[in-house]
Write a protein that binds this ligand. Structure first.
Ligand code: GLP
Length: 241
């Protein structure tokens, strides 16, 4: 694992955007795996600025988002569809048909999840997967468990995740209990992985990811087995390393 520690969130966002922009520029039809959450907002804002000011071109880029809440319509302000359009897609020249985000309203989740994996495969797999990390070490919505799943699947959210994500909703009761997430297999098959973490609440999860054993209790610890992982951390997230 390559670990880059920076001072501030702004620097973290700049570094992350530079890595993603590099992938987009080096390969016209780059396939990006994208994450949501507050950590990635600054990176998306930088990428939008790079498109506006430096003509960073997304016209052949293909994207697959990691996850989506089940039961939220795309127009819901807390849906990941809404987040991605607001933070990135509305500001760049990516063709709408190149964007893939799990459908939180699907009526046949199992068939839908297989279809999603097939689309990733047909696109040639993911060149660069961007990840955030949950306070409990989850990636995407692959929550700590006895067993982890390789394929895209429906998951029951952990109590810590509902609690952590309730800051975006009016009350914890409004946080959806289930989500669709890409599985560990799709993430681990990505050719490169970029994980971002900032703030003191992530320090324990980062320590367990980097220094602990590989365990399904800390899904991000599986990244130790991947040959091309870069972690960009701020000082607080890196404090226990
Ligand atoms: C959600 C997403 C994850 C993300 C995590 C961290 O749970 N499903 O993909 O990594 O939030 O979010 P934040 O960056 O807001 O801490």
């Amino acid at each position: 694992m390559k670990i880059e520690t920076v001072e501030h969130y702004e620097e973290l966002s700049r570094k992350a955007a530079t890595i993603v922009a590099g992938q987009v520029s080096i390969k016209n039809n780059a396939v990006l795996g994208l994450a949501t959450g507050s950590t990635t907002e600054g990176m998306y804002s930088r990428l939008a600025a790079m498109h506006r000011e430096d003509s960073l071109d997304f016209k052949e880029t293909v994207t697959f988002n990691l996850d989506e809440y089940l039961g939220l319509p795309p127009g819901h302000p807390q849906s990941y569809h809404y987040y991605m359009h607001k933070n990135l897609f509305d500001h760049i020249n990516i063709p709408r048909e190149n964007i893939h985000i799990p459908d939180g309203e699907t009526e046949e989740p199992e068939a839908y999840c297989s279809w999603y994996d097939k689309k990733v495969e047909e696109a040639g797999g993911i060149d660069l997967q961007v990840l955030g990390i949950g306070t409990n070490g989850h990636i995407g919505f692959n929550e700590p468990a006895e067993n982890l799943q390789a394929q895209t699947h429906v998951v029951d959210l952990a109590a810590e995740t509902i609690e952590a994500n309730s800051r975006f909703f009016r009350s914890p009761r409004e946080v959806p209990r289930r989500a669709i997430t890409m599985g560990m297999g799709s993430i681990m098959k990505s050719r490169k992985i970029l994980l971002l973490a900032g703030g003191p609440k992530k320090a324990r999860a980062i320590r367990d990811t980097v220094k602990g054993g590989v365990t399904t209790r800390v899904p991000a610890s599986f990244l130790q087995l991947h040959p091309h992982v870069t972690l960009v951390l701020d000082r607080e997230a890196a404090a226990l390393l």
